[in-house]
Design a protein around this ligand. Structure first.
Ligand code: SF4
Ligand code: SF4
Ligand code: SF4
Length: 573
């Protein structure tokens, strides 16, 4: 399998770093402004897919493979996750009928596998005196422990997940040559299915099922009168509560209550990482069972559901179904002696690199952070702190251009050099008629007094325009009218000059360019046009710094070079 369950369409990536910010494992690498997933660190939680504003993060589509399976196998069954009740409601007959119209032989509930897992976990705990054990039901949690907390791999209960257990049950009942397609709320199951291809052929999300039904023009609502369809080999009972956090524990306790274990549940990757971070220091003699689900409130809010709203009604529909089924007299097909044991150790984990203080400091220096006070920890780069970002750069997971404050500094520096290099005079003025920026060329043109002031206050920031020259009223008119462009001859300091004024931000900011009329016309135009472009670009940059800065900085670069070339040509002449 070449394509990973989650991947990036790099052409669609607009380097906003939102995926890095949201990824609990920082399993994303940026190269040439494009964010891609680091498979050895990714746990397939799907968070980056949900938050990417340009849909550059994609979930691998399994519909074609499922179709092919139906074409090539005599019998293909669906293992339907119990969260289907939260996605489609309680009319299972209509849903089964719609799914069978796609070509499946039958639909069975993954909850049957869950019931078997609970039974075996209970027996496992029953013969233990102490220790902390973690459920193997959520593939994202298992992947998290394998890759990022390998020291806890031995704490995972040594059993297959409900999905794999159910696949084993179905193969036991209908033969090993059947095809099995899991359909549920989970992206992580795709990765689990990839690693257990002998059990599960394809894992689809509910979103994919919806797309498939839509493509085939099959409506679940059109099947509402179909009462003859039923789950095979039978309906599940208490296993239907599994997708709610605490559900697995309820099924273990419902079955038997004679273990000495303390049962606890946690959901949401942030909480789980917090818990695992502290697990080492919390060693105790008690027997503790931890049900950990990566999705907040459980699988009913999994990334493969149509929505991730936390709602009472989703929980209620599952709880009511579970209650109702526990009162039904369901004839059960028991499979005796099903071996669902599995171990989770000896699997390679992500190689966490550590860096010396010297290396981190050197990396911080490359983004202009030489003092602690330079470390803003603003998360603009996607990392929680400047030091985390420095470590990511040392691992080649991040590029210096991702640091917003560094890029703003670079852009400002370049704009300042540019203004200084321009032979004409440039004044940027705000709506209080105060100078925002003025270049040395302007001071030279305006004479000795202004030159002295400029030497004392380079840039003349804050100086009132009326103190600079007799042309203040022209700037004020440009600000008041917001008129796009003024050009007029003036006499200042005994020199004949051409003053061009344009609005950078209407009524807020104007820029004036003072040039000697003796300057060759063609060069005057070039300088004027390019100064205007650069100032415009850098003003946009200030406004859109997070998104566009890198691009503008390089644009400024090329403009700067072109102006310098023009100037060099003139000097040569
Ligand atoms: S969230 Fe932003 S950086 Fe990440 S893939 Fe999407 S566009 Fe690219
Ligand atoms: S799927 Fe989860 S772990 Fe993987 S890159 Fe996306 S947010 Fe990170
Ligand atoms: S909580 Fe459920 S849906 Fe979410 S990742 Fe885990 S198994 Fe999948």
């Amino acid at each position: 399998m070449n394509l990973q369950p989650i991947y990036t369409e790099t052409n669609d990536c607009k380097d906003c770093y939102k995926c890095i910010r949201e990824c609990p494992n920082k399993a994303i690498k940026v190269t040439d402004n494009k964010a891609s997933i680091i498979d050895s660190m990714c746990v397939y939680c799907g968070r980056c897919v949900s938050v990417c504003p340009t849909q550059a993060k994609k979930v691998r589509d399994g519909i074609s493979r499922a179709r092919l399976l139906i074409k090539n196998k005599k019998e293909v069954y669906v293992s339907l996750a119990p969260s289907y009740i939260a996605e489609y409601g309680t009319n299972s007959e209509a849903l089964i009928s719609a799914i069978k119209k796609l070509g499946f032989k039958g639909v069975s509930e993954t909850a049957l596998g869950a019931q078997e897992v609970s039974k075996q976990v209970h027996q496992f705990l029953n013969i233990r005196q102490g220790g902390t054990y973690i459920s193997s039901a959520c593939p994202v949690v298992v992947e998290l422990i394998r890759k990022h907390y390998p020291q806890h791999s031995l704490s995972i209960t040594p059993f297959m997940s409900p999905m794999l257990t159910h696949a084993k049950q179905l193969r036991n009942l209908y033969g090993n040559d059947i095809g099995i397609v899991f359909i549920g709320p989970c992206i992580g199951k795709k990765s689990e299915a990839d690693s257990a291809a002998q059990c599960i052929d394809v894992a689809l999300t509910f979103k994919e099922l919806n797309n498939w039904l839509e493509k085939e023009k099959i409506s679940i609502n059109d099947q509402l009168n179909c009462n003859s369809e039923t789950f095979i080999p039978q309906k599940a009972q208490h296993g239907t509560i599994y997708p709610i956090d605490g559900g697995m524990i309820e099924t273990i306790n419902k079955k038997e209550s004679d273990t000495k274990a303390e049962y606890m549940y946690f959901s949401g990757l942030k909480n789980i990482k917090n818990l695992l971070d502290n697990l080492d220091s919390e060693k105790n003699d008690d027997l503790v069972f931890l049900e950990l689900l990566a999705c907040e409130t459980g699988c009913i809010n999994g990334p493969g559901m149509s929505d991730q709203k936390i709602s009472i009604s989703k929980q209620l529909s599952l709880r009511n179904t579970c209650k109702q089924r526990s009162t039904e007299d369901i004839e059960t097909v028991e499979i005796q002696g099903l071996n669902i044991e599995r171990d989770f150790f000896n699997i390679p984990s992500f190689d966490k690199k550590s860096f010396s203080e010297k290396q981190i400091k050197e990396a911080l220096h490359t983004i202009g952070k030489t003092e602690i006070s330079d470390e803003l920890n603003c998360s603009g780069c996607g990392y929680d702190s400047c030091r985390d970002f420095a470590k990511a750069m040392l691992q080649n997971h991040a590029e210096p251009e991702m640091c917003v404050s560094y890029m703003r500094h670079v852009a400002h520096h370049k704009a300042t050099i540019l203004l200084q290099k321009i032979p004409s005079g440039v004044i940027v003025l705000d709506d209080a008629y105060q100078v925002v920026e003025m270049n040395a060329g302007c001071a030279r043109i305006l004479g000795e007094d202004i030159q002295l002031c400029y030497d004392a206050n380079p840039g003349m920031r804050g100086a009132h325009i009326d103190k600079i020259g007799s042309f203040g009223s022209l700037f004020k008119t440009a600000l008041l009218t917001g008129k796009e462009y003024y050009e007029m001859p003036i006499i200042e300091n005994g020199k004949q000059l051409q003053l061009s004024i344009f609005n950078v931000q209407k009524h807020k900011l104007v820029t004036g360019i003072l040039q000697s009329v003796a300057q060759p016309e063609f060069q005057k135009d070039i300088i004027e046009k390019r100064t205007r472009e650069v100032i415009n670009k850098n003003m946009e940059t200030v406004q859109k710094i997070a998104l566009l800065l890198g691009e503008n900085a390089s644009y400024t670069d090329s403009l700067l070079n072109s102006i310098l070339e023009t100037q060099e040509k003139k000097d040569a002449e």
